[in-house]
Design a protein around this ligand. Sequence first.
Ligand SMILES: [Zn+2]
Length: 383
Amino acid sequence: MPQENFDTGLLWYIIAIIKSSQCYSITKVSLLVVTKLLCTLSVAFVANWSVAARADAPKVVTDIAPIHSLVAQVMQGVGEPQALLPRNASPHGYAMRPSETRALQSADLVVWVGPVLTPWLDRARDTVADGAVNFVLLDVPGITVLPGRELAVFADEHDEHDEHDEHDEHDEHDEHDEHDEHDEHDEHDEHDEHAEHDNHDEHGHDAHDHGADGQDPHAWLDPSNARVWVAAIAGELAKLDPENAAVYAANASQTDARLAQLQTDLDTQLTPVRAVPFLVYHDAYQYFESRFSLAALGAISTSDASRPSPARLSELRAALKAEAVRCVFSEPQFSNALITALQDGADLESATLDPLGSHLEPGPEFYAGLMRSLAAEVFDCLN
Ligand SMILES: [Zn+2]
């Protein structure tokens, strides 16, 4: 009920009581007391109603901590979103706990990267409350979506796809290019991969579902995408909670300014190490590399973090011999064993990169903290 109607209704009710009751004819002092009492009650009602309105802030559930942080920034002063994933868990293949299923059941809005990152969340969507808004970030118009890479050594992939202009990166992903990419992946991948997934589902190998439509899901590692999302999330929240629309819009515009500054800072910081080749554990940083023009040589595992084949590892060994790779980055979500094996005999430094920022406190400041710590790790190891 809108507050105005409520107040007007209550006022008429109070007047009606005063008019119809004996208190109309009793002494002025008593009337004053009664009026004061009713006024106090009225204020108490309105105050309660305001508390109820705050408690009624949309229940927003997100997938991973970086997305939680972006939503938390937009909701500041109104409410807080809830992240489904524990910070130390890899989103590629996860089993929800009962408390997480319950959160999903009572959500008004689910903001998540998409099925390509968290196929388990896609399958859990029947548990989402009817009428809850399903907001897939990879589908938001205006973001840069990069195709997933398959090869261990990225340069080989660049050669292979040159004719499609796929890697005309940095803003040059115009609509035309993106369309081509999607079409291409639909053609190549869908049929085979679906058959494959059915198989994997039976055996619980969830990680392989991801990549079904050829997208690289790690799109949060491009601050330009985050800027588009923040505006879109504010719009979605305003639809669910029009009373706080102005708050969401103001928060989104402040967040946008901070993200723009973040991107400029990282660009300046990373410029000196742009040409230095490095290797990552799983192919999670394409958006980061692309945005800041870094020279990643390859990844031990593909973007769905599946176990690399021996052939893939020997390709990487050969590339490591041929190129002056400075650094190989491990990840806290995965074992170091393969990195240690690759380092054997190669003059290779190692450092840790964490695309999920599991060492950082979740909340509004998390996103910038994550991006700055990634940039610092990359810079320190490559410099
Ligand atoms: Zn990943």
